[in-house]
Design a protein around this ligand. Structure first.
Ligand code: AQP
Length: 347
């Protein structure tokens, strides 16, 4: 089966997810949610496309989550999606565990994926660390569940940050092996969509590490719930170097912290990093950082205010997720039924 043949027969559909494993941060917003909203509102290359966005709580529990915190983080993540512009009328907005077909298809994929594939995943190596014997089986199988999240909707496009590229390649490997083993053209060859100036937002403490929920240093990231003063303070204190900003991106080679701030500045304004560096060429960080802080506060404060308002109404959030699950299952149920038929399950 050629890739072109595989992808051309499927209705274009977008799926992506975020783990409720902690508070949302600027990396999640610029690398993922902001782009989810663009796809929902502008479609893919101008063509309208169906969009499904998910809080992946089953993924979150592959490392320990306090149950009360998980519930709170799931609702807060849903509020973050909506406050950022994901419209539950336009997009299907779901919590993963409320659509059981994800986990059901993941089991089938556990039998398709190979141990060697999983062992090569850098996220597995990073998160399990040296003590792999003590990591959960779920953490090891994480990419098979992610493949199921995507393929249970026959999703053709997945907007993600750079760090998820390898998992998307594995999703294609699983789809291709399933199709090959069962002699079908059932699953699409899903395309990752990794675009924009901020596909990899880095830590404010170390420009070689990605900004992450699990970084023990709160100063390493901007949380979407941070107030204006905290945002400004974190940007002011972000690690940089003593040189002024150059007039081309080449001038930022070997200056990862400066490059990170330029990428953030560009992504917040929806311009390219090339355009951003031209705009601020020659500035010292003493001038650039306050400008970046003002921009970040202007863009992020309305979102955090709306998140706080939505969090006053957890029942409404739960109702949105129930409705989303119903809509999602209309797509997922028949696909799972067909998978069981293909595999030979008596139903
Ligand atoms: N720093 C980042 N820059 C750009 N995009 C990012 N994403 C995450 N961090 C950055 C993108 O956000 C989406 C959801 O990520 P996730 O929460 O499911 O998992 P993650 O990548 O493991 O996020 P964290 O913050 O790093 O969580 P922890 O600390 O728990 O491991 C994905 O599209 C991801 O690319």
């Amino acid at each position: 089966m050629t890739e072109a043949a595989a992808s051309s027969t499927f209705t274009p559909r977008v799926f992506s997810g975020i783990q409720p494993s902690g508070g949302l941060h600027l990396g999640n917003y610029l690398g993922a949610i902001k782009r989810f909203v663009d796809m929902q509102d502008r479609g893919l290359n101008g063509t309208p496309i169906e969009t499904i966005y998910c809080m992946v709580d089953l993924h979150a529990i592959t490392v320990w989550q306090d149950p009360a915190a998980l519930r709170q983080n799931t609702r807060e993540l849903c509020a973050g999606f909506i406050a950022s512009g994901v419209d539950p009328e336009k997009s299907v907005l779901i919590n993963q565990s409320q659509v059981p077909e994800h986990a059901q298809l993941a089991w089938i994929f556990n039998t398709v994926a190979r141990m060697g594939w999983m062992q090569r995943m850098t996220q597995w190596k990073d998160k399990a660390g040296k003590n792999t014997q003590n990591a959960s089986l779920g953490l090891f199988a994480y990419p098979a569940l992610m493949a199921a999240d995507i393929l249970i909707y026959h999703a053709t496009h997945v907007p993600v940050g750079e760090d998820q590229k390898q998992h998307l390649e594995l999703t294609r490997d699983i789809a291709a092996k399933f199709n090959h083993d069962y002699g079908v053209e059932f699953f699409p060859m899903t395309e990752p969509v990794i675009e924009g100036a901020a596909t990899r937002v880095m830590s404010f403490r170390d420009g070689t590490k990605k900004m992450s929920k699990s970084d023990p240093s709160d100063a390493s990231r901007i949380n979407m719930t941070d107030d204006a003063d905290t945002i400004a303070k974190k940007i002011r204190k972000a690690k940089t170097d003593p040189e002024p900003l150059p007039d081309t991106l080449e001038g930022l080679t070997d200056r990862p912290e400066a490059r990170n701030l330029i990428n953030i500045y560009a992504a917040l304004q929806d311009i390219t990093s090339e355009a951003a560096i031209v705009e601020v060429a020659g500035q010292q960080f003493g001038t650039f950082k306050p400008m970046l802080a003002d921009l970040a506060v202007a863009k992020l404060s309305p979102i955090s205010a709306e998140m706080a308002r939505l969090m006053q109404h957890p029942d409404e959030i739960d109702a949105i997720l129930s409705r989303g699950a119903e809509r999602a299952r209309v797509i997922a149920e028949p696909i799972l039924r067909d998978v069981y038929k293909i595999v030979g399950m008596v139903r």
